[in-house]
Structures are given as structure tokens and as C-alpha cells.
Design a binder for this molecule. Structure first.
Ligand SMILES: [Zn+2]
Length: 116
């Protein structure tokens, strides 16, 4: 007797319809609360980076047009890969209202964003 036949003849065979499953399980959005719910709502609204943690492509990086780094706080730790062949990251703290220059010459400035 094959395993399939054994399971098929079992009295505890689980069989359900799609409608039954839909009635049994709630929407995951109804179960989450707090910041996780705000994150899910942001994803549903089309914001794929609600915490602003993805890499920001560098722009000109001059003093008059610095690279804007989003932050909901008054400071943020920022890493700069100064050269594309570089194997390490230069880290620096950025403070609100204080543009800062990396060792490679690029300027960075904190850009305030709304907290999640
Ligand atoms: Zn740099």
C-alpha cells in the first residue's frame, strides 16, 4: 500500500474549500499592532522603505548640493563607500542642520522626514 493511498483512506483526511479557509483565518493586518502595523500599512501604500534604511544613491555631493540623508531623528549614523572598489565603509554621525564632509570630499546633510 502506498503512502498516498494510506493517507487518502484515512479517516482524518483534511479537506476544505477556499471559502472555508477564508472564514477561518483573519486578515494579518487585524492581528498586528503598533509599529509593525504602521510598517505593513506603509508597504500597502507603496512605500517599500518605511524606515529609510535602504542605500541612498549619491548625488553631486557638493557643499551647495549635499547628499540628503533622510532621518526622523536629530542625528543619524551614515556610511559612505567613498570609492566603488573600496572594501570598507567610512562611518560618520550626521546632526540636524550641520552638513558634514566625508574624507572623500562628498558632503552629506540630514533631511528631516516624518517618523513612521
Ligand atoms: Zn566618502
Amino acid at each position: 500500500m502506498s503512502i498516498f493511498r494510506c493517507l487518502h483512506n484515512s479517516t482524518r483526511w483534511l479537506s476544505t474549500t477556499r471559502g472555508t479557509l477564508a472564514r477561518q483565518f483573519h486578515d494579518p493586518l487585524d492581528h498586528v499592532t503598533g509599529i509593525e502595523k504602521r510598517e505593513l500599512l506603509a508597504h500597502l501604500a507603496g512605500d517599500c522603505d518605511p524606515f529609510r534604511i535602504l542605500m541612498v544613491p549619491r548625488g553631486p555631493g557638493t557643499y551647495s548640493r549635499p547628499n540628503l540623508m533622510p532621518s526622523a531623528f536629530s542625528k543619524r549614523l551614515v556610511g559612505c563607500v567613498c570609492n566603488e572598489h573600496q572594501m570598507h565603509v567610512e562611518w560618520m554621525w550626521l546632526y540636524q542642520g550641520e552638513p558634514r564632509r566625508c574624507g572623500c570630499g562628498h558632503w552629506f546633510e540630514l533631511c528631516p522626514t516624518a517618523p513612521l
